[in-house]
Design a protein around this ligand. Structure first.
Ligand SMILES: *[C@@H]1O[C@H](CO)[C@@H](O)[C@H](O)[C@H]1NC(C)=O
Ligand SMILES: *[C@@H]1O[C@H](CO)[C@@H](O)[C@H](O)[C@H]1NC(C)=O
Ligand SMILES: *[C@@H]1O[C@H](CO)[C@@H](O)[C@H](O)[C@H]1NC(C)=O
Length: 223
């Protein structure tokens, strides 16, 4: 297990994304190149939400420390969707090779995100789900109950929505962010983009235009 190194000056962030893999996997760490972890997708169509537009981060903090990043606080979804919608997601990994972003075979299609949200084998589990305290509420509501942004509404209206329990808020215990990957294949060295796309599909199977797209950029390191 190699100690991970991080330059505080460049605020480079190392996150261990842990995937419980049934295969005898090679263990990888993912070393983020963006100090905010989540990057914007450069080529998204109009109306696509970034990570920070999808979730309200105003009650959430990342703190750099010797051991890594401590995360704490609450995230509330700002996504304009209906509780009856199905959330479909695609995860694609690109690799920087010979001057171009090349596709890889690391691609995941998720038909119904809310059904597998709590699956420990999923990519997002350590980062977003493992340390949620209000498990029952999140399992029931998934990410489909829009809240009000802390940036836009302070005070009464925000409390009103909270009290009536309209919104999905992910309440986290403070945690050291660890992102570690077990893969049944060799990941080549170099820069990678993990691109996450999600859309909501209504009861008539019409895809809503307000999709989500964000990227995790960095490098995989064998540990
Ligand atoms: C996106 O929307 C903005 C504002 O409505 C508009 O100015 C811009 O041209 C649109 N871009 C594309 C690619 O449609
Ligand atoms: C997160 O939500 C919980 C439960 O509503 C609350 O007790 C706590 O103060 C909130 N934390 C922050 C940082 O807003
Ligand atoms: C929507 O799609 C699902 C799965 O593809 C299908 O089972 C269902 O019948 C469709 N519903 C409508 C209203 O088209």
């Amino acid at each position: 297990c190699k100690m991970f190194q991080r330059s505080l000056l460049s605020l480079q962030i190392v996150i261990l994304l842990k995937i419980v893999s049934l295969s005898i996997g090679i263990q990888y760490e993912f070393d983020f190149e963006d100090d905010q972890i989540y990057s914007k997708c450069p080529d998204s169509p109009n109306g696509t939400l970034s990570m920070f537009e999808w979730l309200d981060f105003s009650d959430f903090t990342f703190e750099l420390s010797e051991e890594g990043i401590f995360a704490s606080g609450n995230l509330t979804t700002m996504w304009e969707v209906e509780p009856t919608d199905r959330i479909e997601a695609r995860i694609n990994v690109l690799h920087w090779e010979r001057g171009f972003w090349q596709p890889t075979i690391l691609n995941v299609y998720i038909f119904d995100f809310c059904k597998v949200m709590y699956d420990k084998n999923q990519l997002w589990y350590n980062l977003m789900i493992e340390h949620v305290i209000n498990v029952e509420e999140v399992k029931e509501k998934c990410i489909k109950y829009k809240g009000v942004s802390g940036r836009q509404f302070k005070g009464l209206y925000k409390r009103f929505v909270k009290i009536l329990n309209f919104q999905t808020t992910l309440v986290y215990e403070p945690y050291l962010v660890k992102v570690r990957f077990g893969m049944g294949m060799v990941i080549p060295p170099g820069r990678h983009r993990i691109i996450v796309n999600a859309v909501a599909i209504d009861l008539n199977n019409v895809t809503r235009p307000n999709g989500i797209c964000y990227e995790l950029r960095g490098q995989f390191y064998k540990i």
